[in-house]
Structures are given as C-alpha cells and as structure tokens.
Design a protein around this ligand. Structure first.
Ligand SMILES: Nc1nc2c(c(=O)[nH]1)N[C@@H](CN(C=O)c1ccc(C(=O)N[C@@H](CCC(=O)O)C(=O)O)cc1)CN2
Length: 290
C-alpha cells in the first residue's frame, strides 16, 4: 500500500527561521537595528508557559530583541490594557503577542482590540482580519495569524499550484479556521468551512483535495473520509492521558490514503512560531521602512 508523503514541519520551520536570521543579520549590519518582539503571558497555564519560552528563545536565535512579560493570573483587565498601551507607545517594540487562552476573567476580544494593528504579529486584530478577508492585499504584505500562515506554507511545499482545488477546513475559529479559509480562497481554491453543525461531514471531506483539520478533538477525522491522494494538514495538538501528543486526524488510517500529510508533533506546530518571527520581521519592515 503506498503511504502518504510526510510534510516535515520541523525542517520547513527551521529553513524559514534560517532565512529570517539571514535577513536580520543584513538589516543589522546596514542599520544597527533589529526587530523587537514582546510576548505577554498572563497566568501559569503549563502549555502556554512552554510556548512562550520557546517563542522567546527562537526570537533570540534569529537575532531579534525578545522580551516576555509574565503577568500573574490575577492581572486585571485594566492592568493588561495598561501594559499593552505601554508596548504600543514604545518605538522599539515591533511585534506584540498576547498568549492565548487568557484567564477566564479577562475579555479576550477587548484585549486584542487594544493592540496597535501595526504591531499585531498574531494577525488577530479586527483591522488585520478585515484586510485579509477583503482579499485586496497580498497575504505576504499582511499580518496573518501564524498557524494559518504556517499551514499554507506546508501545503505549498507539496502542492505548488493550489488554484481550482477543493479545500475543506474543519473548524471555524478566529485563530485558525476562518483565516486559513481566507488564505485558501485567496489562493483560488474552492473553500468549504465545515463545523459542528455540518451535515454528513464525511461526505463533505471526501470531495476535498485539501483537508485542514482544526477541531481540537483527537483522531476526529477518519481515514475513510479522505479522498485518495488528498493533502491533509492536521492543526490539532491534543494531549492524551498518557502525555503523548496527537492530532485531529486518525493518522495511522489517513497516511494510507492521503497523498501528503502533516504529522503531530512535527507538522504545523513548529511553523506557528517560525511564522510569528516572520510576521515580526514584516511588522518591523513596515514600521521602520525596511
Ligand atoms: N496568541 C496566540 N496564542 C496561541 C497560539 C497563537 O498562534 N497565538 N497558538 C497556540 C499555541 N502555540 C503558540 O502560541 C503553539 C502550539 C504548538 C507549537 C508546537 O511547536 N508544537 C509542537 C509540539 C510541542 C510539544 O511537545 O508540546 C509540535 O506540534 O510539533 C508551537 C506553538 C495556542 N495559543
């Protein structure tokens, strides 16, 4: 039985970070300036702590100024908004990211609204989401959410021509489902966004040349749903009771049918941080005229 090609997110992310590092070295040599990334973490969610530490370390590795602001879980909405106002006003700050999820007492939408859109390296501010949805500006010139951007780069590594392909995105979150659907549409795919109310999801998925699974349920997408030869991007990162990570796609089944598939771990996850660094460089160039 032929097996799907594995899309190596770890290697593609490492190559992207190397490109970013080279560009920053050139900018530094020419101007003495480097991009500044500031990540804000509220509380002590263990997974968020790991992701923020990783962002901090990889930003330094590519030559950025990297600062993590770790605030206590009891931080008030007013205190968080004051911190963001401070970062918005600081000219040395090119990128601001508030790690999600926030503790329940905080209003996430209001927090994201408070980030200067020019520094919104998560691409979640309504202005940036609206620019993406408008379809008038090339995604390379926009601040686009990191996981969707990474998913598209992985897809393009196996499918250089996306135009006219049927894509099904499972999940309609603001962080992944909606923006990845916009990016697929911009690439001239025929896009369906499926969700918890979709009828006969298996039949919907079966017609897709491209499947993006972002539901947050381990092994939810079965191998028999996949069209033979399809490209499968598994965005799910689910921690099982035994501590292992698994995706939203039943990998052992799907790998027998798909043409290409991302593993979990080692697929979309590493691209999320590499794309955050890319967005920070994009924001730096737009702000400082590079
Ligand atoms: N403000 C944001 N919050 C969150 C985002 C985001 O894009 N912006 N995404 C996720 C978490 N995340 C980054 O923040 C993230 C998730 C996973 C990985 C990753 O490299 N995963 C590895 C496995 C790591 C492990 O062993 O735990 C992989 O899949 O190979 C990086 C970043 C939610 N919050």
């Amino acid at each position: 039985m032929p097996q799907a090609r594995l899309i190596d997110g770890k290697a593609i992310a490492a190559a992207l970070r190397a490109e970013i590092a080279t560009e920053i070295a050139v900018i530094r040599a020419a101007s003495g300036q480097v991009p500044g990334l500031h990540v804000v973490l509220v509380g002590d969610d263990p997974a968020s702590r790991v992701y923020v530490a990783s962002k901090e370390k990889l930003a330094v590795e590519v030559g950025m100024n990297s600062v993590a602001h770790r605030l206590p879980a009891e931080t008030t909405q007013a205190a968080l908004l004051a911190k963001l106002a401070e970062l918005n006003a600081d000219d040395a700050v090119d990128g601001i990211l508030v790690q999600l999820p926030l503790p329940k007492h905080l209003d996430t939408a209001a927090v994201i609204d408070a980030i200067d859109p020019a520094k919104d390296v998560d691409g979640l501010h309504p202005l940036n989401a609206g620019r993406l949805a408008g379809g008038k500006i090339a995604p390379e010139q926009l601040l686009v959410p990191c996981t969707p951007l990474g998913s598209m780069l992985l897809l393009k590594s196996v499918l250089p021509a996306l135009s006219g392909l049927e894509a099904v995105v499972i999940g309609r979150s603001e962080l992944v489902g909606r923006p990845v659907a916009q990016l697929l549409l911009q690439a001239d795919c025929t896009v369906t966004i499926a969700h918890s109310r979709t009828r006969d999801l298996a039949a919907v998925v079966r017609r897709a040349d491209i499947v993006v699974a972002a539901v947050g349920r381990p092994g939810f997408v079965r191998g028999e749903w996949i069209k033979p030869g399809a490209a499968v991007i598994d965005v799910g990162i689910n921690r099982l009771p035994d501590g292992k990570l698994t995706g939203d796609v039943a990998f052992a089944e799907a790998v027998e049918i798909a043409g290409a598939i991302t593993p979990v771990p080692g697929g979309v996850g590493p691209m999320t941080i590499a794309c955050l660094l890319r967005n920070t460089l994009t924001a730096f160039k737009a702000r400082r005229g590079g």
